[in-house]
Write a protein that binds this ligand. Structure first.
Ligand code: ZN
Length: 480
């Protein structure tokens, strides 16, 4: 054997043995810079289909390019609603006048319609009208041309003590109110819940009801309490009463609400997933793929000023995808299998982007050996790798690599959810990386870069790097 051959062999040996040391290259600073940019106000909460989301896409494209990777967009259509300025919500009766502030006292439901109203208000309990079950919050109540106040969630109790309520979403409740002639709807979280839901941003489509073109507000319990108190009612007592008697208790309130909401609804707005591929180095195994994915979108901005930064959800996962692409691009000799880095659109609308990607996969689905999803991975305490009960061999690879970072908890889960679900349904083994106690600021205006656990974010990205590297290089084919 010639000396040059020996040198080449030595170099190959070195890279194949020590490429995993590149996990140390994962940069806390770069991860945090990515989060900071994606969470900026000018990106307006990255609602899929918005200008802010387009800016996030362009940022990611630039990053991929700077690592020598060519990225590709995958376009599809979705429902889109722009909530414009001004947003007015006031209440007035003979004694007092209240002026509520968007972002503090209320927010708008994602598919709110427009309206400039000055009218009466009616409390309509759970806002349900189900004749089959014999339960109707609208029975004998005139809501025509008025605004209704309803609980956002559904009753816990069973109707007739036997029948569970089927899912009734806020969008259904808006349609029910509208079909009874209401011209606006105000949701309030059930005040007697142990942890009543805050006024969260949302863009969930749920299912295909077209926009109900009336203002749809989600007010805080305090806001609604102020209105009820000036009517000598207590919202907590009202809920208790309905729940105890399992009977509607709807009535008109005195005073009027003034509401002025302006939205711009588009039934089919274009948006895009974005992906880049690093080709494998093995002549045969390069035809097999690992997909690393995270959703880039979040829940947007309202009336220009109120925006949802989505630093943890999911600028964190997106930052990790970009950082993994950077570190894998540093490899002189690439891993044996090919790796696809993908940023999904429209997770917040109901995981539309990952579904579209899995169903329109740019490579043959049968050649995809695993999909790793990253969602909400930079707030909380430690690392949880989900889906381990479904795919113990994959999970064990992650667990084995925990020796380098020491932050992964020993428990896992038995279901594939969020953006991993669509791939699981295509028969692809999945892991879902998340952190424990991650949802403190979920869909709130407080999900900001200041709340990020930078060290945790770096470690989970390192764990993802090591696990990906092992799966991309292994000679085992246990997943099919
Ligand atoms: Zn979310």
């Amino acid at each position: 054997m010639k000396v040059t051959h020996l040198i080449i062999l030595f170099i190959i040996f070195q890279y194949s043995c020590f490429s995993q040391d590149l996990y140390k290259e994962v940069s806390e600073k770069k991860l945090f810079e990515n989060i900071k940019y994606l969470s900026k106000k000018e990106l307006g909460g990255r609602l899929s289909g918005s200008i802010g989301y387009e800016k996030a896409l362009q940022f990611a494209e630039k990053q991929f390019k700077s690592y020598g990777l060519k990225s590709e967009r995958q376009n599809f259509l979705l429902e889109f609603n722009d909530i414009l300025k001004p947003a007015v919500f006031q209440y007035e009766n003979e004694q007092e006048k209240m002026d509520f502030k968007i972002g503090k006292d209320y927010i708008l439901r994602c598919f709110s319609g427009s309206g400039n109203l000055n009218t009466d208000i009616v409390f309509c309990g759970y806002g349900i009208s189900n004749h089959e079950l014999g339960y109707d919050d609208y029975f004998g109540i005139d809501v025509k041309g008025k605004v209704v106040i309803v609980f956002k969630q559904n009753p816990e109790w069973e109707i007739n003590d036997t029948t569970k309520w089927t899912a009734i979403y806020p969008r259904d409740k808006a349609l029910i109110a509208f079909s009874h002639g209401a011209i606006g709807i105000i949701f309030v979280s059930k005040p007697n819940d142990a942890n009543p839901q805050s006024i969260i941003g949302s863009s969930m489509e749920n299912h295909s009801i077209d926009q109900v073109n009336i203002p749809q507000i989600h007010a805080t319990i305090e806001t609604i309490n102020k209105i009820f108190e000036s009517n000598n009612f207590d919202i907590k007592a009202l809920q208790s009463d309905i729940d105890k008697n399992k009977t509607p208790k709807s009535f008109a309130l005195k005073g009027k609400v003034k509401i002025n909401i302006n939205t711009n609804y588009v039934k089919q707005q274009p948006t895009s997933n974005l992906y880049a591929i690093i080709e494998g180095s093995d002549s045969l195994l390069k035809n097999e793929y690992l997909i690393l994915g995270a959703h880039l979108d979040h829940v947007g901005v309202q009336a220009e000023d109120v925006y949802f930064p989505g630093a943890n959800d999911n600028a964190s996962g997106s930052a990790t995808i970009l950082e993994l692409a950077r570190v894998f691009s540093l490899h002189k000799i690439k891993p044996k299998r090919s790796i696809i880095f993908v940023l999904f659109a429209a997770e917040e609308n109901g995981m539309l982007g990952s579904k579209y990607f899995a169903e329109n996969c740019p490579v043959p689905v049968k050649n995809v050996v695993s999909m790793f999803n990253f969602d909400c991975i930079a707030h909380g305490d430690s690392i949880l790798v989900r889906c381990g009960e479904l795919f113990p061999e994959l999970w064990n690879i992650a667990k084995e690599n925990n020796k380098y970072i020491n932050m992964m908890v020993d428990k896992t889960t038995n279901s594939s959810v969020a953006d991993a679900e669509a791939f699981f349904k295509e028969g692809i083994p999945t892991l879902y990386f998340v952190t424990t106690n991650t949802y403190t600021h979920l869909h709130l205006q407080t999900d900001t870069p200041e709340t990020i656990n930078k060290q945790l974010h770096r470690k989970i990205t390192q764990l993802a790097y090591l696990t990906t590297l092992n799966v991309a290089n292994t000679n085992k084919t246990f997943w099919h």
